[in-house]
Design a protein around this ligand. Sequence first.
Ligand code: PLP
Length: 485
Amino acid sequence: MQYLSTRGFSPQVDSAQAVLTGLAPDGGLYLPAQMPEFSWTDCVKADVLNMAEMILSAFLPDIPNMQTLVSKAYTGKFDTPELTPTVPVGDFHVLELFRGPTSAFKDVALSMLPQLMTAAKTAKGETKDILILTATSGDTGKAALEGFRDVDGIRVCVFYPHGGVSQVQRRQMVSQEGSNVAVCGIYGNFDDAQTGVKEIFTAFEEKQLPFRLSSANSMNIGRLVPQITYYFKAYRDLLDKKVISLGDEVNFSVPTGNFGDILAGYLAKLLGLPVGRLLCASNANNVLTDFILTGCYDRRRPLHKTASPSMDILVSSNLERLLALLCGDSATVAQWMQQLSTQGYYQIPRQLLEKIQKQFWAGCCTDEEGADAIARVWSRYGYLCDTHTASGWAVAEDYVNQTRDRRPMVVLSTASPYKFPAAVLSAIGEQAAGDEFAQMEQLHGATGVKIPKNLSNLRQKPELHQTVIEKDAMCTFVLSLKKEN
Ligand SMILES: *Cc1c(COP(=O)(O)O)cnc(C)c1O
């Protein structure tokens, strides 16, 4: 299957090459030239690993032995063989995506990506080591480090905004073990880290580096495709519980940052899954809410630090893929992206905006409204959710109140509440005390909800990666990584 850049200035590549490369050479993102043939009805009948295999094979046919890769990626890694269970909570259904090795939804994709990358490397006869460069708003970093640790022929380097991730998220990253990992803080925010990574991709000629660069951000198509699976899985769960009959539409509310998770939902819809509205939920950084309302994407505003740091983003990379899919004209997309980078905004035409509004709805909530949602869900239903999930919940409630849309609602739960214990404690009316580990214990004491092992174990782990650098030193840091190991 051929892949094209959203900006149209890069040559076509096959799916293995797209996974290997990550970002297209013209700065765009890869998309399949055509959507694959797919039987969504067969897919919803399969178990979760077979669902993943069907979806991955459809999008990435140039990567062989998908069944083996899927089984290696997921078997025994999640705390339930279902991987992503759906739990009824009040009138909604919560899709739990945080049951993996680092307690965030990124695990679903980043358990799979190393398998895809290694297989793509073999398929393309690539002999150089690969360096996975990743900017993280908190969760991708750890999930990538854990997914790629000690994988032969691949190294991984993560940049995170110093002071811009939660205490637990930081501890998770700086304590990472593995012979092929590097972790580095930057003085700047997530957008600085992401921009820096994108610049590194275009700064070097192939031969200047001892490795080939690739990305584990959702810019990589191999990161996006595994996320389609859980939309099918959630649909199947609602079928099994007789909440819906085959063909009924379901709405999904998605806590959104880089627009990857929600775009996977849109791809599920393009494969035929009966998805109704996709709700794009933001925190106080509500660039996407404004965009979906007005058609003007405007990043000329301060980035707020919020209680849901993984969504603190002003430039949502994957929106570019949605624009390319809906507008079909790569030259125009390239022009908007150019304008975004030079002038800080762009405006799409009315017609395109209407197309987007048919499929998507958007809302945002402040930290306070998010905290209220956590408290409400806890006191009414005895279900504890994290700060990101809370924005998805709050926006889903707003949507139902405003539209009276009665289709079943699935709220995607993207992290364990134990990754943000201080904020969650305060939301349920407890005063957080002590360090992040004391807070985890306190939250456990107050709610009885189990602490994920990977988080409670962190306390014993030494901090191995304490480097923090200026944002314009990122290139130098990458060059300093030797080809050893
Ligand atoms: C990454 C992340 C998000 C945002 O997902 P995108 O794919 O970037 O939109 C939301 N919640 C949590 C907990 C995350 O880690």
